[in-house]
Design a protein around this ligand. Structure first.
Ligand code: XMP
Length: 493
């Protein structure tokens, strides 16, 4: 019986066990379409998601990644209030319309107006009377009267003939109107009421990111993590505007977690992504609970020790493929989470059935990730730690501990926890857009070799060849001393 267990054990593979086979191709890599899905209701312009880890994703990185066409999942190793704030920061940053507008009244004295402009650091204000926009006044109107005593009020100097735009205005239309009328800011008005203001500066900034992923109101997309049983957090994140809520758990095939998914689903409007899993059975169980996306990966992560400490896991390419086979039947997107070291691994994950990949290590060294740069022997690094590491479970808000079904009890925190991750550093890699440029460039090259013009074709038509350890050795640079490190081939071991 035990021998059967050994003899019947299936083989499972990971990224280094395969290469993609080149295929006939009729286009250039630059023409590849990277569009993909992350959940039933949301599309990405590049298939990249940042990990919900406290050394990877807070609002700054989530904004930078959404501007490039991917999405960040805000980690949950912080108070509910702080996580809500991070979600709001992302949603606020991409809005073309500034809604929290400082206004003045027609009877206001010029002295009061001047003080308000200094205090709020604004150079132009809409003038409101009985809730209606009746004019606009700027520093320029005020200038001739700055050094003299006058009884004039705002209504004597304001421009009454105000150019306004409706809320539905697009960035290009707003820019045309601003240039035509030689104004720097335009009030947004609906039914005579001031809704907000758009400025040329913000419009130009928004046009700088043509690949950004946005919701229907033009705000950047963001996802946020909640604990497997943390309904309160899920509801608060949903209210704050998170587009996707990710139930973040090391073993989402725990049936208590599976059952609680229904409760969360019933209480939030956002899409619900659940993970992590690695088997077809887990996929079936969660899809039955109507999840909007699945996250795959038990132990492939660069700082994970689950496979060593628990002896459990499924090599990642096999895990992706077996979950993808079930998910595709139900049209549910899957995210390959963990173990991605190079752009070639992203290509292999997609070829094995993933709709997107989640990156921890590759984004932890970004300028926009949380934490400071450390210099060791003249080389710049940033901290990177597993959410199941001792540091993450005892620091922050303890969000690392319940991910692994553990509890922090009493003052001797460390002695009662069994870590499943380690803490370390990764190379500092600069801005997210530079990192993404290399990763997407590598993925486009791969799809070009495979003759796959879009993600769906890459999933369905690409072919693998299984390789040996000599094949791996042949694949990496060999027989030379690397003197100039490439941005897409790091040599930190
Ligand atoms: P990479 O390889 O991108 O992996 O660094 C990131 C993913 O690893 C998972 N994760 C952990 N897994 N112990 C684990 O076994 C941990 O402490 C841990 N922390 C994060 C997580 O899924 C992440 O997205």
């Amino acid at each position: 019986m035990y021998l059967d267990k050994i003899n019947e054990a299936k083989s499972a593979y990971t990224f280094d066990d395969f290469l993609l086979v080149p295929n006939e191709s009729w286009f250039e890599p630059k023409d590849v379409n990277m569009m993909s899905r992350i959940s039933t209701n949301f599309k990405l312009k590049i298939p990249i998601v940042s990990a919900a880890m406290d050394t990877v994703t807070e609002s700054e990185l989530a904004i930078a990644l959404a501007q490039e066409g991917g999405i960040g999942i805000i980690h949950r190793n912080m108070t509910l209030e702080d996580e809500v704030e991070h979600v709001k920061e992302v949603k606020g940053s991409g809005d073309l319309i500034i809604r929290d507008v400082v206004t003045t009244s027609p009877e206001s004295s010029l002295e009061t107006l001047k003080d308000l402009m200094i205090e709020e650091d604004v150079s132009g204000l809409p003038v409101i009377e009985d809730d209606k926009l009746i004019g606009i006044i700027s520093k320029r109107d005020l200038k001739p009267f700055l050094n003299e005593k006058t009884n004039k009020t705002v209504k004597d100097l304001m421009t009454c003939d105000v150019v306004t735009v409706p809320e539905s205005i697009s960035p290009s239309e707003a820019l045309d109107i601003a240039y035509e009328n030689k104004v720097e800011r335009i009030p947004v008005v609906e039914n005579d009421k001031l809704v907000g203001i758009v400025t040329i500066k913000d419009i130009l900034e928004q046009k700088q990111y043509p690949n950004a992923v946005r919701d229907e109101d033009g705000k950047l997309l963001v996802a946020a993590a909640t604990g497997p049983f943390d309904l309160k957090r899920a509801i608060a994140l949903d209210k704050a505007g998170a587009d996707i809520i990710a139930v973040d758990c090391a073993h989402a095939h725990n049936m208590n977690v599976v059952n609680f998914v229904s409760t969360i689903k019933e209480n939030v409007g956002a899409d619900l992504i659940v993970g992590n899993i690695a088997t077809a059975e887990a996929a079936e169980a969660l899809i039955a609970k109507e999840v909007d996306g699945l996250k795959v990966g038990i132990g492939p992560g660069s700082m994970c020790t689950t496979r060593i400490i628990a002896g459990v896991g499924v090599p990642q390419i096999t895990a992706i493929a077996q979950v993808a086979d079930v998910a595709k039947e139900h049209d549910i997107p899957i995210i390959a989470d963990g173990g991605i070291r190079y752009s070639g691994d992203i290509a292999k994950a997609i070829a094995a059935g993933a709709d997107a990949v989640m990156l921890g290590n590759l984004l932890a060294g970004a300028y926009e990730s949380p934490g400071a740069v450390t210099v060791i022997n003249g080389i710049k690094y940033k901290q990177y730690r597993g959410m199941g590491s001792m540091g993450a479970m005892t620091g922050g808000f303890g969000g690392g501990a319940d991910r692994y079904f553990q509890e922090i009890k009493g003052p001797m925190k460390h002695s009662k926890l069994v870590p499943e991750g380690v803490e370390g550093v990764v190379h500092y890699k600069g801005k997210v857009n530079d990192i993404i440029f290399q990763l997407v460039g590598g993925l486009k090259a791969s799809m070009g070799y495979c003759g796959a013009k879009d993600v769906k074709t890459m999933q369905e038509n690409s072919k693998f060849v299984k390789i040996t350890s000599s094949g791996i050795n042949e694949s990496h640079p060999h027989d030379l001393l690397i003197t100039n490190e490439s941005p897409n081939y790091p040599t930190l071991k």
